[in-house]
Design a binder for this molecule. Sequence first.
Ligand code: B4P
Length: 185
Amino acid sequence: MRIVFLGPPGAGKGTQSVRLAKQLGIAHLSTGEMLRAARVRRTDLGLLVADYLDNGQLVPDQMVLDIVADRTALEDCKPGCIFDGFPRTIAQAESLDRLLAERHTPLDLVIELVIDQGELLKRLMKRGRGDDNMATIQQRLQSYENQTAPLVKYYSERCLLNSVNAAGSAEDVYNAIVAAVEAVK
Ligand code: B4P
């Protein structure tokens, strides 16, 4: 199976998708984690993306697309994978569609985690990652509204979208996600 997790920062994409990938026995691909790892290792890519991460802005599409094309070609993605936080723009979604069509491995499902802004702020301030400060969070929320939220319509038109209430406990949210996955199996 190939599943996309869509949702604003702090909605629980990472929390839920790691658990689901383990249960389904498929790979977990977080573009956020890959970008942060490149930054820690101070690779060429890491140096290029540091300012975007610090400022809460989306990294340019082509950089993310290159990482995803390389990563999805690895053996562990053969049985399927979860895209956690990717795509985040319409251009990324169109490129992913092309990539998966070339490989004859289409998407099965897009899970949108729906949650209000007050709860997001509480979660992110509690987590306290490097980019979890108020100024950066506001920018990330804005990037989500402007650049990523249009993907809800994009995937809804392709009959791939399943929206899940992400405001409950992690367990309740997970159960709703599993039900959505079962429905397309
Ligand atoms: P990401 O790493 O994707 O991070 P995120 O959206 O902030 O968090 P997520 O939704 O995964 O929340 P989590 O489960 O951790 O992106 C970081 C940055 O990378 C972006 O700002 C951007 O710059 C760059 N980037 C990544 N992908 C990109 C792309 N495709 N294109 C361009 N740029 C890209 O949960 C958050 C907190 O809530 C945790 O502490 C968790 O424990 C808690 N929580 C989760 N579920 C909960 C629940 N049900 N109840 C209570 N708490 C809960």
